[in-house]
Design a protein. Structure first.
Lengths: 607, 321
């Protein structure tokens, strides 16, 4: 066999490198872009292979035949490049059988024209054999279709380069390296082809594009091996980021600079009962809960504060965080407002704080009392008063212990949330309180038969027992009423006792105790924690002529059949009744006089 | 290995010493190297020698065919070892460990080797290119799921599904043997640019048959070693179907047919002289290996059949070719 021409030897290098890259890319399937990169490289190998055959052929018809066969590879390259770039950068939704077929129409037509023997000289007006020092090749005078397919190739090349250019500016070094290698691999053949089309080459008629495939192949191999092109593709990032936004447990809203809602995640729609499609485009003030308070937050990292908001699970304290969305020119294009439910965290903090006080103050006080009177008993075993004080102190400690246990059980995360009809809950709470003082009188108003969380029983038990235990009347009186309004049930417990010390409200309002400012037990705390746990609210008021009225509002459990009018809706959302939300506040916010909590009832509840 | 810092040697921590560790040759690494060399590189060497033997037997001018076929053999075997590394862990644990640990590197080298082989074939012309693509195409059908997938496309509503070629009894070995016979016999002709007619169809036909039969034996002998793994995977081979003794009888029969072809070549003058003697020596070694198939160790079973070609090549060189 005759020795190969220098051009052929150079092309064989391109074949070796290109085929190696194609095999490695093919092996990485189904990684994003792997198949299309293999198509691209296979196209290069095809072109170079049949150009070698053209160069080594000895007759014009043979050279013309191999020239026409090259078109398969020529047109495959831009198709492979475009769809590789789209799949690799995460725009795979544009890589569909339809789009592939559409993009392949003109290339397929070109191959068909070549296979048909170039009727009408569409691809080549003239073909002559040109002998040069580097090889004998076919010098082709391009026809009209040649320029059309060349322009089309450049168009696809530019389209594919756009998403890759974006990656060059990416923060991640591997992606910068990958995209740079890919662009070099693509730009090199373009440069060769431009030189050919512009006639800038010293050898007229020689298209050096396949020769430059050596550079392309090396660049692609470098990207595949050094920069882990297909095993570390950026394609999942786009979807992953979207997934994080959608699946984030915290509600998130995106508000444009004009105050219109741009986007919200699934949690936001779910938590606040918002229709996503209807909400987008509306004023943020009408959709984002407590937008007036939230929008004033400093986006530069102001410490977030808890804001009570009524959502699907009732009223919960949320920490709102605002972050600016900034474009490449440091212009703020939107604000991301996220809400983080801190109810569990705040509750734990409060319980820790209160239980610390119980052990540090209450238990210690009672223990000192017992020790003192025990000493007295030692000196005078007949001192009945000392014995009585010790017994009462022990009783208080026992009661404290029982309530502490109740507080612990109230928030047992392993317990399945249970519900019960409200009349039963009220009866059980009253029975418990009645056992404290058999002289106590209980009036029970009309109690609607709705299903409520079983935790409400603990709340009512404590309210009723407090009303009896701390009542100085001979026959304490307690009245319980309940009313349903919308998705909420409001239960009031009224008594004729001496009233609750405002200091007790104060610590509940502040949410924490100090050594100097603390409550006298944990009964009211259990009530508050229970109501918070249910996403409800509580308020206290003085009763005329004497006593206290405590009002507890909690969401009705609509998932239970005990409520004949049960619907599957969440409690009215702030979206629909933003005014009532704005005016409402939890016990944490309000501290006016003897009433803790909002003067308004829960949204939709009325008074 | 770099120096490794030691813990302070005194309780108060005042002495922070350094301990120098001498690096002894790692016998495990040497074993891995040997296992690797006995895999794809050895197969490549044998394939190249095989082509050189057939080149001599055909009497055609020397070409790049042995190199190209050797490169293809390396690529195909290396890729196959990587693809089946987990399944091969039972039969060839050392080679499987190498394939698992250096899978990416082996595949890169295999890809470059195949690319180089194709480039050599392109330089030799269209016929050589087509030939070099044959083993690669067969390997794709042999080791991948293309065939079942294609079968499902043809008959998607059920019926008999098309199994992986690697799992079809006898056809698997026969396909490999035929592919290699095509490549080994036709490559010297294609790479040298010599038409079949110039050599003589009987010569080419007899050599093709000889190489195909020998390749079949070469494929089935290592299956004696792999019998447990193949049975576990549900792959039927001669040893799985007929046991070791039955396999020996079948393979000796195949060798006998190969001997008959060689005799016919000698009788007709299709092959003569030193190449004929070399091929006969190779056949004799193959018969010996087949006869000892139940006495050879696992490692020997993997390389012994192919060693027959090396012995034949040595004989050829010794005879002054």
């Amino acid at each position: 066999m005759a020795a190969l021409s220098p051009l052929s030897v150079a092309l064989l290098v391109a074949v070796t490198v290109g085929l190696s890259g194609a095999i490695l890319a093919w092996r990485e399937r189904p990684e994003p872009g792997a198949t299309w990169l293999a198509v691209l490289l296979a196209g290069q190998v095809w072109w170079a292979t049949f150009l070698v055959f053209e160069l080594e052929a000895t007759t014009l018809p043979a050279k013309a035949l191999w020239y026409d066969v090259q078109w398969v590879g020529v047109v495959a390259i831009p198709i492979g490049w475009l769809f590789f770039a789209l799949a690799y950068t995460g725009y795979d939704r544009y890589v569909t059988p339809f789009s592939v077929a559409l993009v392949s129409l003109l290339p397929a037509a070109t191959v068909a024209v070549a296979a048909a023997g170039d009727p009408g000289n569409l691809l080549a007006v003239d073909r002559v054999v040109r002998e040069t020092a580097v090889g004998t090749f076919l010098d082709v005078v391009p026809g009209p279709l040649y320029y059309v397919i060349a322009g089309y190739t450049y168009l696809l090349g530019v389209a594919g380069s756009v998403p890759l250019v974006q990656l060059i500016r990416d923060d991640a070094q591997p992606f910068r390296g990958q995209s740079a290698a890919l662009l070099v691999g693509t730009a090199a053949p373009w440069a060769g082809n431009l030189a050919y089309l512009s006639g800038a080459l010293p050898i007229p008629g020689l298209d050096p594009t396949p020769l430059v495939f050596v550079v392309s192949g090396v660049a692609y191999l470098l990207a595949l091996s050094r920069f882990r092109l297909l095993t570390l593709a950026p394609a999942p990032r786009r979807r992953a980021r979207q997934l994080v936004f959608e699946q984030l447990h915290d509600p998130v809203f995106v508000v444009g600079t004009e105050g219109l809602l741009v986007d919200l995640n699934e949690s936001a729609a779910e938590t606040f009962g918002t229709d996503r499609h209807a909400a987008i485009g509306r004023s943020a003030a009408a959709v984002v809960p407590r937008y007036d308070a939230v929008s004033d937050l400093d986006a530069d990292g102001e410490k977030p504060r808890a804001i009570p908001i009524v959502g699907r699970d009732g009223q919960r304290p949320y920490e709102a965080t605002v972050r600016d969305v900034v474009d490449d020119h440091d212009r703020t294009t939107a604000r991301v407002i996220s809400f983080h439910d801190v109810g569990a965290y705040l509750g734990q903090q409060q319980r820790l704080n209160v239980l610390n006080r119980v052990f540090r103050h209450d238990v210690r006080t009672e223990t000192n009392l017992i020790q003192g009177y025990a000493e007295q008993l030692r000196s005078d075993p007949t001192d009945e008063r000392a014995l009585s004080v010790i017994e009462k102190s022990a009783d208080r400690m026992l009661e404290l212990s029982e309530r502490t246990r109740t507080a612990g059980e109230l928030f047992d995360p392993t317990e399945e949330p249970e519900s019960a009809p409200l009349p039963r809950v009220v009866d059980e709470a009253v029975a418990d309180a009645r056992s404290i003082d058999s002289d106590a009188r209980f009036d029970i108003g009309e109690i609607p038969c709705v299903s409520v969380p079983i935790v409400l029983r603990v709340v009512l038990e404590n309210l009723c027992s407090n009303a009896v235990r701390h009542n100085d009347a001979d026959a304490p009186w307690v009245r319980i009423d309940a009313a349903v309004e919308g998705d909420w049930v409001e239960v009031t417990v009224a008594d004729d006792g001496p009233g609750i010390d405002p200091a007790e409200y104060d610590v509940l309002n502040r949410g924490s105790e100090t050594p100097l400012r603390h409550g006298s037990g944990i009964g009211l705390w259990i009530v508050k924690w229970g109501v918070d746990h249910l996403g409800g609210r509580i308020s206290f008021a003085e009763r005329e002529p004497r006593g206290t009225v405590v009002t507890v509002s909690v969401p009705v459990d609509r998932s239970r059949p005990s409520d004949p009018g049960a619907e599957d809706d969440a409690p009215d959302s702030p979206v629909d009744e933003s005014a009532s939300v704005d005016e409402s506040a939890s016990v944490d916010e309000s501290a006016s006089g003897d009433e803790t909590g909002p003067s308004d009832a829960a949204p939709g509840a009325g008074r | 290995m770099a120096n490794e810092r030691t813990r302070p040697s005194t309780p108060d921590g005042t002495t922070a010493g350094y301990r120098s560790q001498a690096t002894a040759p790692d016998p495990g690494r040497l074993r891995q190297l040997a296992a690797f060399a006995a895999g794809a590189p050895f197969a490549a060497l044998v394939a190249a020698v095989e082509v050189a033997l057939v080149t001599a037997a055909l009497g055609v001018p020397r070409s790049t065919a042995p190199v190209a076929v050797g490169l293809v053999a390396f690529a195909v075997y290396a890729a196959d070892h990587v693809a089946d590394a987990e399944a091969d862990a039972g039969s060839t644990p050392s080679r499987a460990r190498v394939a698992l640990r250096y899978g990416d590197q082996l595949m890169t080298v295999a890809a470059v080797c195949y690319g180089l082989a194709v480039a050599l074939a392109v330089g030799a012309g269209p016929a050589a290119l087509a030939l070099v693509l044959v083993p690669g195409a067969v390997w794709i059908g042999y080791a991948t799921d293309w065939l079942p997938t294609a079968g499902d496309l043809v008959a998607p509503l059920g019926g008999a599904s098309v199994p992986r070629l690697k799992d079809v009894f006898l056809l698997n070995s026969a396909a490999v043997a035929l592919a290699w016979a095509v490549a080994v016999v036709a490559a010297p002709l294609a790479f040298a640019g010599v038409p079949v007619g110039a050599v003589g169809t009987p010569t080419v036909g007899l050599l093709f048959g000889y190489v195909a039969l020998r390749s079949f034996v070469d494929v089935e002998v290592p299956n004696v070693r792999d019998v447990a793994a193949d049975a576990a995977r549900g792959v039927t081979t001669l040893p799985v179907a007929y046991g070791t003794a039955g396999t020996r009888r079948v393979l000796l029969g195949v060798d006998a047919v190969a001997a008959g072809l060689l005799g016919a070549a000698a009788a007709t003058g299709a092959v003569s002289g030193a190449p004929l003697v070399a091929l006969a020596v190779g056949l004799a070694v193959s018969v010996a290996v087949t006869a000892l198939v139940d006495r050879l160790g696992n490692a020997a079973l993997g390389v012994a059949p192919d060693c027959s070609y090396l012995v034949a090549a040595a004989a050829l060189l010794a005879l002054g070719w």
